[in-house]
Design a binder for this molecule. Structure first.
Ligand code: HPA
Length: 289
């Protein structure tokens, strides 16, 4: 069996199943990280589809709750949300980790917003801070594009000079200023997990130029870039990375602190999405003239 040659028809099958249930054709995709799931319920005209009802999606995440894809509107903009992501550390191969990402890109979005909970490697960061991702360092020792290239998705050797759109990043910063929400810019290091880092690894990450560390986002950012979709990323800082606080890290602390940044992040995105759609409209108008 050749998994790669079967992948593209599976993506199209999932796309058709979703499109048959709603007339909305989303422009923006948002992947909701830990503690940020409530946002999908704020969309208007929304349809919520459990992953178990979408062909080739996994029904359950390892934590035991069902993932959900939602399509609705923020203002006038049709948006698709993914709540519940699959991580490499759960044992899924990379093409399964990014399958939902590829499906929502294939729904026709032009911009993808990736959110996550992350540990602060930069010693100035505090739980509840929002870091806009300006670049990443892939330390997962894996890549969703490994294996034969699927030409229908994108090129063999995609450029990642601007893996996170600078224009969209600046637009998010402007929106944050308008709302008086403080943000910083930083570099996200993606590690495999599921262990948190050792203090020596955190010092290494700082030396490498990382500001935050987490176990997600990079596979999705790569898959979306491959498909030619603009990417923005936002980390909600949940904890100081190992060794920086003098205390041990627990998953419970991470989950509870995710709530600290969730309200701000939701308000930021609600206001940023219409502007992200305007950026795209502006860029295509320019291309046509
Ligand atoms: N390390 C890795 N992933 C994380 C962390 C961390 O400290 N916090 C939230 N996700």
């Amino acid at each position: 069996m050749n998994r790669t040659s079967e992948l593209y028809p599976k993506i199209l099958e999932a796309v058709r199943a979703i499109q048959s249930r709603t007339p909305l054709r989303p422009q923006v995709g948002i992947i909701l990280g830990s503690g940020l799931g409530a946002m999908a319920r704020e969309a208007t005209e929304a349809l919520h589809i459990p992953y178990s009802e979408i062909p080739h999606f996994h029904g359950m995440t390892v934590e035991g709750y069902s993932g959900e894809l939602s399509i609705g509107k923020i203002g006038d903009v049709a948006v698709v949300f993914l709540k519940g992501r699959f991580h490499r550390y759960e044992g899924y191969p990379m093409d399964e980790v990014v399958f939902p990402t590829r499906v929502i890109c294939a729904l026709g979005i032009h911009t993808m917003v990736l959110t996550n909970a992350a540990g602060g490697v930069n010693t100035r960061y505090r739980p509840g801070d929002l870091m806009l991702i300006e670049d990443h360092i892939n330390l997962m020792y894996d890549n969703p594009l490994m294996g034969p290239n699927i030409a229908e998705l994108g090129p063999r050797f995609p450029d990642l000079t601007e893996a996170y759109s600078r224009r969209c990043l600046e637009s998010l910063e402007q929106t944050a200023r308008d709302l008086e929400i403080q943000t910083t810019r930083g570099v996200y290091a993606g590690v495999l997990g599921p262990t948190y880092e050792t203090p020596a690894e955190v010092r290494m990450l700082r030396t490498l130029g990382a500001d935050a560390v987490g176990m997600s986002t990079i596979p999705e950012a790569i898959a979306a870039n491959h498909l030619g979709v603009r990417v923005v990323g936002i980390s909600s800082i949940t904890n100081l990375a190992a060794g920086l606080s003098g205390r041990k890290l627990t998953h419970q602390e991470v989950v509870e602190n995710a709530k600290l940044g969730a309200g701000k992040l939701q308000r930021l995105l609600q206001n940023a999405v219409p502007r992200l759609a305007d950026i795209h409209a502006g860029s295509t108008a320019g291309a046509q003239s």
